[in-house]
Write a protein that binds this ligand. Structure first.
Ligand code: BG6
Ligand code: MG
Length: 218
């Protein structure tokens, strides 16, 4: 064991590539609303909850004041329907490289393992991946009041596994998520090539580099 006792994972874009499906589902809704956006703008949606993402897209199109709360809720539901249809076939084959071995090694080494995802689909996706048993706790996104970059979801995960934040490592693929980890007082590992991740303690290009040796070395 290193000085850390728990590892807290984001889901979308860290454990599996569902970040891509969120992007495609938002893009489809955007097309229906006449608002188009690219992958660069999508980086600002990563880690942000459903309603928060919708608000950002409406703002991009200058349409933030055009709809009632009920209409906005209907748009968010529609995006989720697109998303749910895209994740129907998610299976253990969709676990990103190295992740299952990393989870196994963390277990054997005695680390607590938790998930801090903004997604209300997190339980379903983790179940489809066959990974539920590795997690001591998965935060229910419906209980989180403040979306990433607020640290709330990471702090809830740490509390649930009974580990002080400064003894936790958080793993994220989103800039907002790295900010959340930092503000929770945890050690941040970012996954990806995006320049916006440089506020993490370390940045790894891919999950293949995420090994127990990295954790032992910090
Ligand atoms: C995060 C994703 O994990 O969950 C975001 O990075 C997504 O893109 C958010 O908007 C909320 O997901 P859901 O499944 O509750 O709409
Ligand atoms: Mg993510």
């Amino acid at each position: 064991m290193s000085r850390f006792e728990a590892v807290i994972f984001d889901l979308d874009g860290v454990i599996t590539d569902t970040a891509e499906y969120h992007y495609l589902a938002w893009k489809q809704l955007g097309t229906e609303l006449g608002i188009s956006f690219d992958r660069e703008f999508n980086e600002t949606l990563k880690g942000v909850d459903r309603m928060g993402s919708l608000e950002r897209i409406l703002e991009l199109g200058g349409r933030q004041d055009d709809f009632t709360v009920e209409e906005k809720e209907a748009f968010a539901t529609k995006k989720n329907e697109h998303y749910v249809s895209l994740i129907q076939d998610v299976s253990p084959a969709d676990i990103l490289p190295g992740i299952e071995q990393f989870l196994k090694d963390l277990r054997v080494a005695g680390y607590k393992i938790a998930m801090a995802s903004a997604s209300k689909n997190a339980f379903a996706v983790t179940n489809s991946l066959g990974l539920n048993d590795y997690f001591d706790h998965i935060v229910d996104a419906a209980t989180v009041v403040k979306s990433k970059p607020d640290p709330e979801v990471f702090l809830k995960a740490a509390e649930a596994v009974g580990v002080r934040p400064d003894k936790c490592i958080g793993i994220e693929d989103a800039a907002a998520g790295v900010t959340a980890i930092n503000d929770a007082g945890m050690y941040a590992i970012a996954i990806g090539a995006d320049e916006g991740l440089s506020h993490a303690n370390i940045v790894l290009r891919s999950t293949e580099s995420l090994t127990i040796d990295v954790v032992r070395g910090i």
